[in-house]
Design a protein around this ligand. Structure first.
Ligand code: PEP
Length: 294
């Protein structure tokens, strides 16, 4: 079986009718980035930055810089897409730093980052510095509207200024993106392009949860948790369309993408970039290679 996996991992990423696709991975850090590359991923579509804080201490800028650099090195020239801190209750193990983020409908993700600007700026400065050492992109989770985006980008501009004053090496052209986990953002996707967004990532776990008003961690409501429902497809199509019109890349991530039954439907909606958990990469790649675009 592992010989079969090794064989598949190096085959070209093309559907049966020769349409190219991109396979990225959802990762936590250096170690699973290495296994993702071995399984055929060309980079990281989601790096869950919150998990580096696991020991239970705030990580300072230099420590974060070293961590991001180690991820860039592990990705060997492939892109590393970092989700800024999101300690929401459904992010397993991230409870130590939860703070403001105790409710799924309250201040989580970028909402809490915008309330804790010192922590946010520390993270952005570390990311901009790491980006000087390889292809790195940064995205904000739980964006609901343009104000979130504009406010976050004002802080990013401030960080660039700080780094300039400090004389630090950094990449001023680091791409910044929106994560689509909330329907209101999907419904207005084109506005983010107009306001300078460089790329889109759809996070299927959160988007399923917030679209169907179903807690992703409560199995009793499982029948409402449908990542490829008609409603989800409408929202996903809007994001894909806005990306296409704006000429920016769009990736879909989250555990739903690890299930080929969903991934094939996302392919038919126009998606060509998939970010998958390392253990599901081979199976998903096999399904995509055998698919034809309708
Ligand atoms: C998501 O919400 O779709 C997602 C990818 O985040 P996580 O896997 O960290 O829950």
């Amino acid at each position: 079986e592992s010989a079969e996996a090794a064989r598949i991992s190096v085959l070209p990423n093309r559907t049966k009718d020769d349409v190219p696709f991109e396979l990225l991975a959802n990762c936590y850090g250096q170690e699973d980035i290495e296994s993702a590359l071995q399984a055929g991923a060309s980079g990281v579509g989601l790096l869950r930055s919150g998990y580096m804080m696991l020991p239970g201490r705030p990580v300072d800028e230099q420590e974060q810089f070293v961590f991001y650099q180690s991820c860039i090195a592990a990705a060997k020239g492939g892109v590393v897409t970092v989700r800024t801190f999101d300690f929401g209750v459904d992010r397993a193990m991230a409870d130590i730093h939860r703070g403001l983020e105790s409710s799924k409908l309250g201040l989580r993700g970028i909402r809490s980052s915008l309330r804790q600007t010192h922590q946010f700026e520390t993270q952005i400065c570390a990311l901009l510095r790491a980006a000087a050492h390889g292809p790195l992109r940064v995205m904000f989770p739980m964006v609901t509207n343009l104000e979130d985006w504009d406010e976050a980008m004002r802080l990013v501009a401030h960080c660039r200024q700080l780094l300039r004053e400090r004389g630090e090496e950094f990449d001023p052209n680091t791409p910044f993106g929106v994560m689509f986990g909330v329907p209101s953002a999907c419904l207005t996707a084109e506005e983010f392009v107009e306001h300078g967004c460089n790329f889109f990532v759809i996070e299927t776990n959160d988007l399923t949860q917030y679209t169907h008003a179903v807690d992703r961690d409560i199995s009793i409501a499982e029948r409402y948790y449908r990542p490829a429902s008609h409603a989800m497809k409408k929202l996903i199509r809007m994001v894909v369309e806005a990306a296409r019109e704006g000429g920016i890349p769009v990736t879909i991530c989250g555990s739903a993408v690890g299930n080929p039954a969903n991934t094939l439907q996302y392919l038919q909606l126009g998606l060509r970039s998939f970010s998958v958990s390392p253990q599901n990469l081979i199976e998903v790649k096999k399904a995509l290679m055998n698919a034809k675009i309708k």
